[in-house]
Design a protein around this ligand. Sequence first.
Ligand SMILES: Cc1cc2nc3c(=O)[nH]c(=O)nc-3n(C[C@H](O)[C@H](O)[C@H](O)COP(=O)(O)OP(=O)(O)OC[C@H]3O[C@@H](n4cnc5c(N)ncnc54)[C@H](O)[C@@H]3O)c2cc1C
Length: 468
Amino acid sequence: MDSKLKELMNTVVENDYCIGCGVCAALNGSPLKMSLKEEGRYKPYLADNYQQDEMDVNPLTACPFSNSSKNETEIGKKEFGDINNTHFNEYTGFYLKNYAGYVKEGDFRKQGSSGGMGNWISAQLLENNLVDGIIHVKSSNENSLLFEYQISYNIDDLSSGAKSKYYPIEMSKVIQLVKQNEGRYALIGIPCFIKSIRLLAEQDEIVSERIKYFIGLVCGHLKSDMFAKSIGWELGVEPKDLNSIDFRKKLMDKSANQYGVEVTGNKEGKESTYSSPTKELYTTNWGHGLFKYKACEFCDDVLAETADVTVGDAWLPEYSNDSMGTNVITVRNPEIQKIIEKNIDKIHMEEISAEKVYQSQAGGFRHRREGLAYRLYLKDINKEWRPQKRVEASNKLSTKRKRIYEKRMLLSQESFKAYKAAEKEMDFKVFMNYMDPYIKEYNNMVAPSLATRVTRKFKREINKLFKN
Ligand SMILES: Cc1cc2nc3c(=O)[nH]c(=O)nc-3n(C[C@H](O)[C@H](O)[C@H](O)COP(=O)(O)OP(=O)(O)OC[C@H]3O[C@@H](n4cnc5c(N)ncnc54)[C@H](O)[C@@H]3O)c2cc1C
């Protein structure tokens, strides 16, 4: 095997820091293939009778979690550092402007997870003939998969792939498609996926020429397929019978962050649909981080800093009340900025500060900066291999915060074991019984103290008094 590929397998893959993006398997001459492993996450594996060739692209420098690849700030600086009026913020990366907003025209907002800006920007690129296709995640044509990366060449196809897919995906097949089919493309992806294609593009001329724009999604973490299956299972659809899932069903009488899920599956010989607010389900509290990839615990990019534009949810009190959803948007490429300005009558945009963007994702940033520093520290004292990050290893945080980060890691690790145990007994209750003590302990730990609750109640009462 190519020596660099061997090193990649022995470090990133062996130690479970692989996010399964599939770039290493898409390189010319790569003997790797991607497969969805038992725990419902993609991993590369050595194909049978593989060739012992040297590869023309160094897989170590194209992997987002290796120690030989550039970090997000270095990539961002190269892409956006010299642009007029560009700013830098340690949380958003380089940016021209930040907004909170949504789409007014068509059904983009209705069909989208938040304000519909992700697909609207993609549609603008198609309509203005800036690209021929959008590489994004849509329902899969394969029986065993719910979603996969595909290419949409028109607005109808694009619309059918709206909304967030909290589901394992990989890009090796779609990168091959791009290499085989001349054209100009835009790629939508979570931060580490965009980073990996930026890294690949530095060494692969075809990819560099053809993928013209990158649309990033703000990211908390990626989920194993057990997340979708567990939601269906809790709603009464056995994992093998789950046909589709909508992770972001807007609930019109609720605030935007209290969205629901909807699953369709076969039950008692016929296809039925079930839905529920996520708040009432066992596995959907993102703070618990159930079924999270381990790699996500070692990522410091929340805002897809290497993307031309990033869209996420404006999780801010002033926007969350609107059940239709509002995006937070960070623009880095002047061409995207121009598209927004030219079409300002079709969208609702309020310019916001980088500080506001931070606030909209404050929990995610704390976990991926302060929490990451502590996780790196734990790896270092145990002398274990771990990827190099922009965050320095540190244990300089309160004992309470340390325990919270330790418990979060445990919750995510145990969720995989609990799911396996439930699968064996063919009973979702086994999963809940297994996880209950871990979840209760964690919830008690993060619950606000009596003093905090009393102060909050006091503030609420004072506010009420002044309002009246
Ligand atoms: C794994 C994951 C974690 C996320 N975590 C956060 C978070 O912590 N905070 C936050 O504010 N936002 C997060 N988001 C982003 C958020 O869920 C919305 O996707 C985003 O706000 C865009 O909404 P929209 O209405 O503009 O999207 P739409 O207009 O619906 O467009 C979304 C586009 O993204 C594509 N897409 C969906 N899922 C994927 C995927 N997995 N990979 C590549 N393309 C995809 C769709 O095919 C579609 O083209 C996350 C998204 C994902 C996929």
